[in-house]
Design a protein around this ligand. Sequence first.
Ligand code: ZN
Length: 212
Amino acid sequence: MLEDLRQQVLDVSMQLQGAGLARGTSGNVSARDPESGMIAITPSGVPYHSLHISDIVVISPEGELVDGRYRPSSETPMHTAVYRARQDVNGIVHTHSLYATVFSVLNKELPVVTVPMAAFGPVSVVPFRLPGSRELADEVVRYLGSTGKSVLLQNHGALCVGRTLGEALECAIYTEEGAQVSYLALVAQGLTPIPDKYVAIMKKAAESGKAL
Ligand SMILES: [Zn+2]
């Protein structure tokens, strides 16, 4: 069932691991089929390196298991809540990537410091709630709002959404890169965000699909 969608989730999971954004079983990936509303999501507790396409689970919009031999990710409530709140979102990537997590521990909003970040920044921090809880799902929805693409989860990691799973992956990569650049700039001397007027111009360009 939904083989293409499962394959996308598997491919992005592998790319996350390859890019060093996911280790062990941390983080999770999902994609929604816009036609049926069904969601393909990584299983709970299966390490990335041993993931196979048949391990990717299919769930209903309410998070009930439809097809698969494993339990869906423990963060399923966060994924389904975002899909219910945002019809424009068809892909979600949640990571515990190192520098994004550092900023989430600093409880510090990530300013727009790199050109790709203009498409989704600044990135605010969702207050700590128990992983996998309904409360965390509600806060993530609230902080993403109607157009947000990237948030940090306090003392936990990052969550990125996109119209496609590819977009969500790109957002996760650039969120981590932005956090890394910010951290190193702060440690080296100080951090200069891109001026707001240029962020606004670049954000518009990114929304209309122009490459930056
Ligand atoms: Zn997590």
